[in-house]
Design a protein around this ligand. Sequence first.
Ligand SMILES: Nc1ncnc2c1ncn2[C@@H]1O[C@H](COP(=O)(O)OP(=O)(O)OP(=O)(O)O)[C@@H](O)[C@H]1O
Ligand SMILES: [Mg+2]
Length: 587
Amino acid sequence: MKDLSYLNKYLLKYKYYYTIGGVFILISTAFAIVPATLIRETFNLIENGYKEYSLGNTLAKKEILKDVLFYSSAIIVAAIIRGFFMYMMRQTIIVASRKIEYDLKNEIFYHYQTLPLKFYKKNNTGDLMNRISEDVSKVRMYLGPALMYGMNVTILMLMVIPFMFYINFNLAFYSLMPLPLLVVSIYLVQNIINKRSEQIQESLSNLSTYVQETFSGIRLIQSFVREINFEKVFAQKSKEYKNKSIGLQFVLALFFPVIMTLIGLSIIITVYVGALEVFDGNLSIGNIAEFLIYVYLLTWPVTALGWITSIIQRASASQKRINEFLKESSDITSSENKRIILQGKIEFKNVFFKYSDTKIQGMENISFTINPGDSLGIIGSTGSGKSTIANSILRLFDIDKGQILIDDTDIKQLNISHFRKQIGYVPQDVFLFSDTIENNILFGTENKSFDLVKEAAENADLLRNINSFPEKFETKIGERGITLSGGQKQRVSIARAIIKEPKILILDDCLSAVDTKTENVILENMKKIMVNKTSIIISHRISSVKLAKKIIVIDSGKIIEEGNHKTLLERKGVYFDLYKQQLESDK
Ligand SMILES: Nc1ncnc2c1ncn2[C@@H]1O[C@H](COP(=O)(O)OP(=O)(O)OP(=O)(O)O)[C@@H](O)[C@H]1O
Ligand SMILES: [Mg+2]
């Protein structure tokens, strides 16, 4: 229950829904009791009328039947009123629970987006999705049905049970005796059902993961002739699922007989003890009928008690998991939230950084300065730490030692999103959304005209490709859309960065999948774009970085050479060797 208290802020937010819902429950419960008293009156009327009738008063029959008809109509009216208020109670409380579900999902989703990359490395996607879908819906079961029926049951018991004791203590005591037994047995059975359902759910997701994997690897399976093996494993998993389902069915089948037996027991006791009381002159026959209705009225809520308890238990386990995620916070925060319009100066001062999980030294004593509007080329072998430098400028993580200054201000003092908005970043691993090309280019911008989209595509040398697609800029990419080639994807990603007209442009190996000719076209266009922008070009290829005003050569996180294309060649060091190698292979 402690975990569920997190939801109190939402209950408070929607307190009117719950209060009004409670009033509706109160009214509907009152109208559930009214028919019972009417039935008592009807029975008593019939009993007395029959006595008179058998004494010779023939008129009594007609009169009594008229009264019975009147009472029956009153019972129907009460039932309609009760039904109306039950409808209203659902309309308020269940609606409120849906609203909270919506709010909670948004809260979790929003929170996810603020968390650092570290968090995403620690938790797998399946877990993240479960928190926001399955766990939230379990919590909703508590906020909706469990609270609603909980209130309903409490109010009903508080109204009916004292009333029963007021009418006749003895009969009330005996007829209510089997009910606690009912609560306990339902609770136990419900727990078994929940446990088994969860196992079935797990078995099912196991099965579907397997099927999905099989079909995505179908080419491999067929070419290696492994169909029979896969069939065997599938049959085995499928059998597990079947056995578990049958196991659940066994418990479900037990559920109703147990309830029915206990209800039957209550009815027998009521009639028997009631008869004794009638003979003692303490009760009328009408009272027995009335009590039978009370017992019937109480069995469903009592059944619900077991069910409600198990919902609350599950919701609290889910909320606990949700709370764990909500408690996580990003350690990447801004100390002063400075919002500065960038000039574009970047300075690294003896920067050290070690990846905490792999213990790999990503940056070791890195120092360099790029003045506003200048360009820096970063070259080095794979795994040398080039992307690490780029990511540290975007502040995707914080460095261990040293300082990164942007326009002479420590990067940690800058408002993070305000700063990131002014950077155009082309990541090494291109990610495109399953949306149109236009929207993919426009991602991260506001109010950019279509002409600018076209211009960006032109500069990324993408326009001729787009024009060859039947739907041009409206072409869908990805899932059920067109699949772009590696080089085309990279160029969409470039267009996306340059349309932002950023002050700082970071291109991380973004020309690796294009041929030398396209590379030249893009680099030629880039010269125009890079005017007045600070740019960082990361690459394995000399051809990409040679235009940069300054070039650093990285190895194992350290700068091993620096200068411009000309001076580096003159040094006859690593850069020169690379140049020679690449010249050879281009021949
Ligand atoms: N998120 C990470 N967690 C742990 N270690 C990492 C992470 N990213 C990179 N590394 C390690 O840090 C080192 C530098 O990686 P980085 O991605 O900066 O190399 P790179 O120069 O960009 O290589 P490439 O040219 O292949 O892109 C590598 O040894 C890599 O294994
Ligand atoms: Mg890289």
